[in-house]
Design a protein around this ligand. Structure first.
Ligand code: SF4
Ligand code: SF4
Length: 157
């Protein structure tokens, strides 16, 4: 009999994953670190092109990740229990996809084996976001971006 290795994200639920597996699941798109606005009548969430001041706009990774509890009190930590409630996560987000019983896309670094594919496919914020430093909340509306700017395989939000 041939043995195949079943990847951890296919054999474990989000809650069963180790801390390392949980972190590996993040595709590094940086989209959850963009400022968002919600229409309170419809519940629709609008993404802006304004990135958290702690996001590295080139790597799309948090510059203070291990210290964000202390340095960014408004940063939303993703934990398994919250994924279902966080409807603002982009449809391409690996945590959301798995929670919805869907597959990871080909460009996810765990599938492609290449951390650049999330950028090459246009899923990440690289080249699409600016820092929110110095921008007042009154101006956020002027920074709303269309779902269409994301890669063609990202889905709309
Ligand atoms: S949206 Fe999801 S996959 Fe993308 S950076 Fe945030 S947590 Fe990671
Ligand atoms: S503190 Fe880091 S993880 Fe939190 S929103 Fe800002 S860049 Fe993202």
């Amino acid at each position: 009999m041939n043995h195949i290795e079943i990847p951890f994200w296919k054999k474990k639920s989000l809650i069963e994953m180790t801390r390392r597996e949980w972190e590996l699941l993040c595709d590094g798109c940086g989209r959850c670190c963009l400022e968002k606005l919600m229409d309170h009548k419809t519940g629709k969430v609008y993404y802006t092109d304004l990135a958290c001041r702690h996001l590295d706009l080139e790597t799309c990774r948090c510059k203070i990740y291990s210290n964000r509890t202390f340095l960014a009190s408004d940063c939303e930590w993703l934990i398994p229990d919250k994924i279902q409630k966080y409807r603002w996560l982009p449809k391409s987000c690996a945590y959301r996809l798995l929670m919805e019983g869907k597959e990871l896309a080909w460009w996810h670094p765990l599938i492609s084996g290449n951390p650049e594919t999330v950028h090459l496919e246009g899923i990440s914020v690289r080249g699409k976001a600016v820092s929110s430093v110095g921008i007042s909340e009154d101006e956020f509306e002027n920074h709303i971006i269309s779902d269409r700017i994301w890669g063609r395989t990202a889905g709309t939000d």
